[in-house]
Write a new protein. Structure first.
Length: 127
């Protein structure tokens, strides 16, 4: 038996805003809130423990220093990459430069708090 990723925790200066952004990006819903201000979001039909990990957006006033050591990759499920890029930019994502050459098949973006993530080119089937 192996482990499975169940949650990803993201520190945020504004958990409300970041939870709203990632909920729109992933089609997630709010699953719960903790007394410390953390917001858990996840798939509407499965929640915690389902086939996709949930995200816990946790309040933090610590400044981010340097490049993230882990980032999220996303793939469109119901449109092509160009249309999904347009949608993500409209939601508040910004292009990010992490040293790409310009020949990559993916787009590097940043969420509203500057956390890098990539939009990959392959369209996946919805779960």
């Amino acid at each position: 038996m192996a482990c499975r990723i169940s949650e990803l925790v993201i520190d945020a200066a504004d958990p409300e805003r970041l939870a709203a952004f990632w909920s729109e990006v992933l089609g997630y819903v709010e699953l719960g809130r903790e007394d410390d201000g953390s917001i858990e979001i996840g798939p509407p039909d499965a929640g915690f423990g389902g086939p996709q990990p949930t995200l816990v957006i946790s309040p933090s006033s610590d400044p981010r220093t340097g490049k993230l050591r882990l980032h999220i990759d996303v793939n469109a499920t119901d449109r092509d990459q160009a249309a999904e890029l347009e949608r993500l930019l409209a939601l508040g994502a910004k292009p990010a430069d992490v040293g790409q050459t310009g020949t990559e098949s993916w787009h590097c973006l940043a969420d509203p708090e500057g956390n890098e993530f990539c939009l990959l080119g392959t369209r996946l089937q919805p779960l």
